[in-house]
Design a protein. Structure first.
Length: 296
């Protein structure tokens, strides 16, 4: 079936993660269930833009926001690009589609003080979970890695001699990120404690539960949310906000945008430039203090 061939293409050739491919698969499934029920159309090559537009209307009626709808349409676009690639269609029904407008939101990052306070809550303890949680918080802030990247780190990801970690990012792209000595020391202390935890399998994942099982994305989110809730009143308290904080604080302190791009594992500079939005207040300060015409 063409959908199966498409998902194999995403996994094997495009190197998409299984999680991402599953999302594509679900989007296509719901779309073709809709066209079958509403238009009696089961042939992907016979789909028209009017059918897709009707699906968009149905999604809006079901309460989906524009960002979620755009993601689903993106799945369809990729699918029809694949059909063009293999010669099953001559033109994509989405060739002239324009994405729905999404209001821009600025992520409010943690302050340096909030981060230091949170790390302080986890200091001076030899409890396994506290040591693990401290290592997780410090590693997020020191490297800007994604939540999925963190939970998939292994013991062999850490290079103790060079104080670096090897991260497997989106589409299986590897990158090497330096570790500041303080974080390397925290990870070393945690690793010693981790060696006392019994594991049922031979997996060497870095971050484990006290039962020896790889930490889940839900657990990691809960760890960040719980600890930062004690020091911050910000609405969003998640690993992704720590990633934003990492990038923003680097830029605030003069880091080059291209260097931040490499550290974050972005494929294009445009993805990194979003972090300059939350940096504008700092830029205004620098501008006001440095511009000759602003001198009194």
């Amino acid at each position: 079936m063409v959908v199966k061939a498409f998902t194999d293409y995403l996994l094997l050739e495009r190197k998409y993660s299984p999680h991402t491919v599953l999302a594509y698969q679900n989007d296509l499934k719901t779309f073709f269930e809709f066209t079958k029920a509403e238009m009696e159309c089961t042939d992907a090559s016979q789909v028209s833009y009017s059918m897709i537009r009707s699906w968009i209307v149905a999604l809006v009626d079901n309460g989906l926001n524009n960002k979620s709808i755009n993601r689903k349409i993106s799945s369809l676009k990729t699918f029809y690009k694949y059909l063009l690639k293999i010669g099953q269609i001559n033109e994509s029904p989405l060739a002239k589609h324009k994405s729905l407008k999404v209001p821009k939101t600025v992520q409010i990052v943690f302050s340096e003080n909030e981060i230091n306070q949170t790390i302080g809550l986890l200091s001076n303890t030899d409890d396994f979970e506290d040591m693990r949680n401290k290592a997780i918080v410090e590693l997020f802030y020191a490297t800007g890695i994604r939540k999925s990247e963190l939970i998939n780190l292994t013991l062999s990801s850490i290079n103790k001699e060079q104080n670096t970690i090897k991260v497997l990012g989106k589409r299986n792209k590897e990158r090497i990120i330096p570790l500041i000595p303080q974080v390397a020391e925290t990870i070393e202390d945690y690793s010693k404690k981790r060696s006392t935890v019994k594991t049922e399998k031979s997996d060497d994942y870095l971050f484990l539960t006290k039962n020896g099982v790889k930490v889940s994305q839900t657990l990691v989110y809960r760890i960040i949310n719980n600890y930062f809730s004690k020091v911050s009143t910000k609405v969003k308290k998640s690993p992704h906000i720590l990633r934003h904080s990492f990038a923003t604080h680097l830029l605030n302190n003069g880091a080059d945008l291209n260097a931040v791009k490499e550290l974050l594992g972005h494929s294009s500079l445009a993805s990194t430039q979003v972090y300059t939005n939350s940096n504008i207040s700092e830029l205004k300060k620098v501008y006001a203090n440095a511009h000759p015409r602003n001198k009194k």
